[in-house]
Design a binder for this molecule. Structure first.
Ligand code: MN3
Length: 239
């Protein structure tokens, strides 16, 4: 049956209204002070270990919503909004009561994912130099670090993160946090970390978190982690 003019008009009105929804929603969230940087590589750069669709959804939807919600939480709190993110997170107890939880969840989410995209890359070389020595000294070697890290990630109930923290002397330690919490909330520094929320792995690994944790080591960007290690010792590592 040919479409009547009335139906056509109704269909185009629907399309226009449908298309307008995301733009309207985006216009509701303030544009700053925090921004979502693009991924530093293509969505498929980490395949087959992390699939392209997961990267697209994880960055463009999940991380984007943390940024939008953080900006919304801070919109009436100019003094807090003027601080760098690591200071906001270290000063959570001083944040306004009515937005503290939103800042914790979404500021933590923004910091964690900003770090996460950086410390991954297409498979490359293993750690070397000073970083490899620190891993040997503090964990007894890369294999021990990996098995302890994977065990910690497997033990974490529900959603959260596994981190390796680094202090100003370059000492490394393993830490897990629930939800979007981060060692930045304890004024510590994160060398690298892995996201064990199901959204990070479900499309490829479903319930097999252990397989994801094991495969993830293939995409750790060790040269970037070494840069972060040097920055931590120099006192210039923030997120
Ligand atoms: Mn995530």
């Amino acid at each position: 049956m040919p479409m009547t003019r009335r139906r056509l008009l109704a269909a185009s009105a629907l399309t226009v209204a449908g298309a307008a929804v995301p733009r309207f929603a985006a216009a509701q969230a303030p544009e700053g002070p925090f921004k979502l940087d693009p991924l530093p590589y293509a969505n498929n750069a980490l395949e087959p270990h992390v699939d392209a669709r997961t990267m697209e959804l994880h960055h463009d939807r999940h991380h984007a919503s943390y940024v939008a919600n953080l900006n919304t939480a801070l919109k009436d709190h100019g003094n807090a909004a003027a601080l760098p993110l690591h200071e906001i997170l270290a000063k959570l107890p001083e944040m306004p009561d009515n937005v503290r939880t939103a800042i914790r969840n979404n500021g933590g989410g923004h910091a964690n994912h900003t770090m996460f995209w950086q410390v991954m890359a297409s498979p490359g070389s293993p750690p070397d130099g000073e970083l490899a020595e620190a891993i040997q000294r503090d964990f007894g070697g890369i294999e021990t670090l990996q098995s302890r890290f994977n065990e910690a990630g497997g033990r974490l109930f529900g959603s959260g993160w596994v981190f390796v923290t680094v202090d100003r002397q370059g000492k490394l330690a393993l830490e897990t946090k629930p939800n979007q919490d981060t060692p930045l909330m304890d004024a510590k520094r994160v060398l690298f970390g892995n996201d064990v929320w199901e959204h990070a792995y479900y499309l490829t690994y479903q319930n097999r978190r252990a397989d994801y944790l094991k495969a993830w080591w293939n995409v750790v960007n060790w040269p970037k982690v070494a840069e972060r290690y040097a920055a931590a010792k120099a006192g210039s590592l923030t997120i």
